[in-house]
Write a protein that binds this ligand. Structure first.
Ligand code: G3H
Ligand code: 13P
Ligand code: ZN
Length: 311
């Protein structure tokens, strides 16, 4: 089995009413924790790499580690660029072995977003690579860019047919109230997503895969673990799991998760070092971090995404 693109997995996910987890990867322990969980549950996977991850870990190291995970597990795994912000970045990932890319033109005006997405699609499709576009703007933090709630905007259902048909993209990321990072809602605010917009988009695009970014649930148990062992995170609120399950049963075929992985990993490392202050072998605390990632991803696959047994 080689790396796959997202076309086949999305087609099955749409028909089956479940979603594929797209997990951000930055190092070996994260890749191993995610792929060990998916392997035990026979779940298809998307491993995604941001520009920041590429800068941190090096493109070639990440590709080789993900390829190693494919040969170890035999799972259908897509290697995806998360939030590509230019044609050049997407091209570099396509040329360097990625099987899927996101071109995020959501910061551009509508016609410019269409033009750059179309350009990436033309280059990608000639090489068997699938492309995710984005319409609408999420709040939150991506790399060094912080989009305030005032600058965020929901996806306009009136634009989706035009965008998808003129760009030829294979999936569409939309903004319905999720946001990046651990602080998705203000303290005391009740999480809400615009399912009416999702349903309207689904009706217009019938059968077309939708992507949900900013979909971490910010599990209170991990926030507690971070804070119980010396962390100082303010109260955080994520997307309730029942909302993600509902999205997965609708047109959402890809659910992006990064912040939950960061929390699980940091909580486990803090706990380990607090409980064993004499330890200084990184394999001891990173081993616990990898186990926490595995547990978290197994929970997401079985309780949120519903993609277990679908590989
Ligand atoms: O959407 C952003 C992801 O959480 C990736 O974050 O750009 O800091 O690697 P990063
Ligand atoms: P979270 O910050 O909610 O994990 O979202 C991650 C994401 O959308 C990556 O593209
Ligand atoms: Zn995102």
């Amino acid at each position: 089995m080689a790396l796959v693109n997202t076309a086949g997995m999305f087609e099955k996910a749409y028909k089956g009413g479940y979603a594929i987890g797209a997990f951000n990867v930055n190092n070996m322990e994260i890749i191993q924790g995610i792929t060990e969980a998916a392997s035990g549950l026979k779940a298809p996977l998307i491993l995604q790499v941001s520009a920041g991850a590429r800068k941190y870990a090096n493109h070639v190291y990440l590709v080789k580690m993900v390829e190693a995970a494919v040969s170890e597990t035999g799972l259908p795994i897509a290697l995806h660029l998360d939030h590509g912000d230019s044609f050049e970045l997407c091209k570099s990932c396509i040329d360097g072995g990625f099987t899927s890319v996101m071109i995020d033109g959501s910061h551009l005006d509508y016609e410019e977003n269409i033009a750059v997405t179309r350009k990436v699609v033309e280059y990608a499709h000639e090489r068997g690579v699938t492309v995710e576009g984005e319409l609408g703007r999420l709040a939150g933090v991506e790399d060094d860019v912080n989009v305030s709630a005032e600058d965020a905007s929901y996806t306009n259902p009136d634009q989706v047919i035009d965008f998808v048909s003129r760009t030829g993209c294979d999936s569409l990321a939309i903004a319905i109230g999720t946001s990046h990072g651990a602080y998705k809602f203000k303290p005391g605010q009740k999480p809400q997503l615009r399912f009416d917009i999702l349903e309207e988009i689904e009706a217009r695009l019938s059968g077309f895969p939708i992507v949900l970014h900013g979909a971490s649930s910010v599990s209170p148990e991990y926030v507690k673990m971070v804070n119980d062992f010396g962390g100082k995170m303010p109260d955080a609120i994520g997307i309730p799991e029942e909302m993600l399950r509902k999205a997965a049963s609708l047109a959402v075929c890809k659910i992006n998760i990064d912040s939950d992985l960061r929390l699980a990993m940091t909580g486990a490392v803090r706990k380990h070092l607090a409980e064993y202050p004499e330890h200084f072998d990184p394999r001891q605390y990173l081993g616990d971090a990898r186990a926490a990632i595995k547990e978290l991803v197994a929970h997401k696959i079985t309780e949120v995404l519903g993609c277990d047994g679908k590989a």
